[in-house]
Write a protein that binds this ligand. Structure first.
Ligand code: IDP
Ligand code: MG
Length: 136
């Protein structure tokens, strides 16, 4: 049975800064994802605070929002069968030190905060996050 889903991916400032945009997109494509929509933008800290609102009580929230708004990012809508889970698997663990071989974060992540990519964690949040960046 087909279960085509969409998820939101972000190539974070540390990866854009190191010119990894095309390599990371190739990893998505070679793993069966279609990039339906994409844009390179820089967001305001206030927008990052909205995007990461779920983390507002965490001690790292302020740094996280400062970081996501610190430089250009690439936001993408990815489509694939079971895209949400499949993207989480391809990204690897939040801390690159814990990420499996072959994952994006293992390959490119520098640290838990500079971990190169964001991916939606549920179908519901994928819809919210896609709307956040692409609803006009
Ligand atoms: P995820 O990106 O793997 O979904 P989340 O728990 O949703 O991880 O956290 C969002 C982002 O916040 C992470 O990607 C990471 O950059 C940052 N973060 C998470 N936990 C920590 C921490 O303990 N210290 C610093 N930054 C963190
Ligand atoms: Mg998350």
């Amino acid at each position: 049975m087909s279960n085509l889903e969409q998820t939101l991916s972000i190539i974070k400032p540390d990866a854009v800064e190191r010119n990894l945009e095309n390599e990371i997109k190739e990893m998505f494509k070679s793993n069966g994802f279609s990039i339906l929509n994409e844009k390179k933008i820089q967001i305001e800290k206030s927008e990052a605070e909205k995007f990461y609102k779920v983390h507002e009580t965490k001690p790292f929230y302020d740094d996280l929002c400062g970081y996501l708004s610190s430089g250009p990012i690439v936001v993408m809508v990815l489509e694939k069968e079971n895209a949400v889970l499949s993207n989480r698997e391809l990204m690897g663990a939040t801390n690159p030190e814990d990420a499996e071989e072959g994952t994006i974060r293992k390959k490119y992540g520098i640290s838990i905060d500079k971990n190169s990519v964001h991916g939606s964690d549920s179908i519901e949040n994928a819809k919210i996050e896609i709307d956040f960046f692409f609803k006009d």
